[in-house]
Design a protein around this ligand. Structure first.
Ligand SMILES: Cc1cc2nc3c(=O)[nH]c(=O)nc-3n(C[C@H](O)[C@H](O)[C@H](O)COP(=O)(O)OP(=O)(O)OC[C@H]3O[C@@H](n4cnc5c(N)ncnc54)[C@H](O)[C@@H]3O)c2cc1C
Length: 410
């Protein structure tokens, strides 16, 4: 059995950024191992539904660290290695190939598995989901010959994939059960803006419906919807969410609760076992609640934070949730958590491509969406959320009033 001082279980985004932090803090050769079921070194996932899918980003350009980085720094990166069991008492990991690895400290970073369509016909050729490099490569190749696509889902992955396909000239339909696009995040006004933007770019929305069957012989040819509508498609992509990848740790004794439950120090409660990224349901000290985030910035920052924690720097993870997306020629950012907001106010014109939305509770800023706005807005958004800043909500939409004049002392 090989043993390491530090082991990262999972070779995704958390692992890539944690490894970099370990190196910057002087981890010694042979001290760190990454055990990953992936076939490629840690890579950035956001480009998989953007530049990589569009054929703009190369395979090398989306690696978090160059391929040679791991060997150069004495990190044992074991690819295509699936861990099937963790024993935190014995400090051992067991793989599907029958190997055993020991650790002093473990970081669980298995991320999430993509939710698959369970509709009849989902196994036909031409039906895709998107989580891994291989998924993206296959989808990119198939999209080159596609004429008509149906993207199932109304969240950010579905929106991004639809925008890439439509830009490539594929006649694209988005099909989702909600009344409007990305209902969980967008206000009705924002959904309306995006619906119009997509329709102007020849994307058809079928809202309030699900896919009940995929039909075809060999390759998919049609999607049947819950109202009986038949939408022709030679390509179907499901963007219907993810579930925490818990297989390896489900009987390890860590608390399973919408992922792996950790405190604000990213500690699982089992000695020397941490969790970070999409798998971690952590204590968010800003919003005073447990949170599991499925976003890039969370994976980057928790990966670095967990590495420092494993090296002995015990600090709470204090972080404003953050998310970004690119669709067509638009880029937007979102900070915070709008769940308990009691109003939303806009700056700029929400019917144009340049506006920001501010979610408030008792006039305290809880969340902000910023698209193509002055730097001051994107800079203040996370600060105001972290500080629970109270603002003059009545004057907030008045763009002649600088943001600094809106701050109310509490
Ligand atoms: C297509 C796509 C586009 C995205 N775009 C954005 C975006 O625009 N903005 C944004 O904020 N976020 C985006 N995200 C989300 C972001 O990429 C994730 O939040 C991030 O990848 C999470 O990192 P992670 O390390 O927790 O998990 P992952 O990156 O999923 O890594 C998990 C790793 O664990 C490995 N693993 C799992 N189980 C085992 C096991 N049993 N044994 C060994 N290894 C195992 C996997 O192979 C993988 O290497 C996107 C995600 C996808 C898929």
């Amino acid at each position: 059995m090989v043993s390491y001082k530090y082991v990262i279980l999972g070779g995704g985004m958390v692992a890539g950024y944690a490894a970099r932090e370990f190196v910057e803090r002087g981890v010694g050769p042979g001290e760190l191992a990454i055990l990953s079921s992936d076939s490629v070194p840690p890579y950035e996932r956001p480009p998989l539904s953007k530049g990589f899918l569009a054929g703009v980003d190369s395979e090398d350009s989306i690696l978090i660290n160059p391929e040679s980085f791991y060997a150069e720094h004495g990190i044992d990166l074991r690819l295509t290695t699936r861990v099937v069991r963790v024993d935190p008492n014995a400090k051992r990991l067991f793989t599907s190939a029958g190997d055993e690895f020991g650790f002093d400290k473990l970081l669980i970073a298995t991320g999430a598995n993509v939710r698959m369509l369970e509709t009849p016909g989902a196994a036909l050729d031409g039906v895709f989901s998107l989580r891994t490099f291989d998924d993206a490569r296959r989808l990119r190749d198939a999209s080159k010959h596609a004429q008509q696509a149906v993207v199932v889902g109304g969240g950010f992955i579905a929106m991004e994939v639809a925008s890439v396909l439509a830009t490539a000239g594929v006649k694209t339909t988005m099909l989702f059960p909600e009344d409007r696009v990305w209902m969980r995040l967008f206000s009705p006004e924002m959904s309306m803006f995006f619906a119009r933007y997509y329709q102007q770019r020849d994307v058809t929305f079928v809202a309030g419906e699900t896919a009940t069957a995929l039909e075809g012989t060999g390759n998919v040819t049609e999607v049947v919807t819950s109202s009986g509508r038949r939408v022709p498609a030679d390509l179907v992509v499901a963007g219907i969410g993810v579930v925490p990848a818990l297989d390896a740790v489900s009987d390890s004794g860590v608390t399973i609760d919408n992922g792996v439950r950790v405190n604000e120090f990213l500690e699982t409660g089992r000695a020397d076992v941490y969790a970070a990224g999409d798998i971690a349901n952590y204590r968010d000290v800003i919003f005073e609640k447990q949170r599991r985030a499925e976003h890039w910035d969370n994976a980057v920052e928790q990966g670095k934070h967990a590495a420092r924690a494993m090296l002995g720097e015990r600090e709470p993870f204090i972080h404003v949730p953050y998310f970004f997306s690119d669709v067509f020629d638009l880029s937007y950012e979102f900070w915070g958590d709008a769940a308990d907001a009691d109003r939303v106010v806009y700056r700029g014109d929400v019917s144009t491509r340049s506006f920001s939305a501010w979610w408030l509770r008792d006039r305290h800023v809880r969340a902000a969406f910023v698209m193509d706005r002055p730097d001051d807005e994107r800079e203040r958004a996370p600060v105001w959320i972290a500080e629970h800043q109270q603002v003059d909500a009545e004057r907030m939409s008045d763009e002649t009033v600088p943001l600094s004049d809106l701050m109310v002392k509490s």
